[in-house]
Design a protein around this ligand. Structure first.
Ligand code: GUN
Length: 284
């Protein structure tokens, strides 16, 4: 058996195309162009690539995007000033602070400073709480992209055993919540899970968000499972691979999201969706 590929690139394009029309209609109706502010601190090369891709996608979809690139020695107070300024700027409907931040800055303090009404990443404790309640306002972009990808298979989520490998605030925990709200039975695994391969083998839906290249091997996957690979890792030979061993897992899974061209483009598409949502709330 060879898994069907879940084409995140194509799915993201469809979402962006639809969103472009929605943005146009919104602007015609309200006279307001949805705007995203992207805050990048320092010169982390991976973050710079992510930010560039996010900006390009905004431009194409007709959203305005303002880039605030500040030096790596920016103080926490300076960064908070910038965020307060963006919170009160009527042309800004979404604020994204690219993570990770330099070690002298407390990310929790910074994320709490973003207005929950402009928190398109869904990282503010208010939005985390709303998500846990099952009444999400802004859903974090990667997790909502993962759910869309699972839904695109046409398979039901309800009643399935979903295993999420990785317990980060950005991916693992919110994905688990979203799956639970869709009535999956959810297990969250991490580095200290006993016999992790056996737990993974029980998964009808397996979400890999560990940050370890090709960690999920063929023997860890149930025949026919839906496998979503959130990882993106660069190997010493320059190759970009996920947290899933694509070749091995393709032979067992029913569905598999590729890397690249899987979750990455979906994250960006969901950011655009959230920015339009921020603008809708601002004019409501
Ligand atoms: N760094 C890695 N993933 C993300 C994300 O989803 N949002 C932000 N702001 N930074 C990230």
């Amino acid at each position: 058996m060879s898994a069907h590929l879940i084409d995140g690139k194509q799915l993201a394009k469809e979402i962006r195309d639809r969103l472009g029309l929605d943005v146009k209609a919104f602007e015609t109706r309200t006279g307001v162009r949805p705007g995203l502010a992207v805050v990048l601190v320092g010169d982390d090369p991976a973050s710079a690539v992510y930010v560039r891709n996010k900006k390009k996608a905004c431009d194409t979809a007709g959203l305005s995007v303002v880039d605030h690139h500040v030096p790596s020695d920016t103080t926490q107070a300076g960064l908070l000033d910038l965020i307060h300024q963006l919170n009160t700027d009527a042309a800004v409907h979404g604020i994204l602070v690219q993570l990770p931040l330099p070690s002298h800055i407390d990310s929790r303090v910074v994320l709490q400073a973003v207005s929950p009404d402009k928190d398109v990443d869904g990282f503010h404790p208010y939005n985390v709480g709303r998500l846990v309640e099952g009444a999400a306002e802004f859903v974090p972009c990667t997790p909502s992209g993962v759910i869309r990808m699972i839904e695109s298979t046409g398979e039901t989520i309800q009643g399935k055993h979903a295993v999420v490998v990785g317990r980060s605030n950005i991916v693992g925990k919110p994905v688990a919540m979203l799956l639970m709200h869709r009535h999956a039975t959810v297990t969250i695994c991490h580095s200290r899970t006993t016999d992790l391969p056996a737990v993974c083998r029980g998964a009808d839906i397996l979400v890999a968000a560990i940050g370890k290249p090709q960690f999920i091997t063929g023997d860890m996957v149930k025949d026919g499972a839906i496998v979503i690979d959130v990882g993106i890792n660069r190997l010493d030979d320059g190759r970009l691979v996920g947290d899933v061993h694509g070749e091995q897992v393709r032979a067992r899974a029913g569905w598999l999201s590729p890397v690249p061209g899987g979750v990455g483009p979906m994250t960006i598409a969901m950011l655009l969706v959230n920015t339009l949502e921020g603008a809708r709330r601002a004019v409501a």
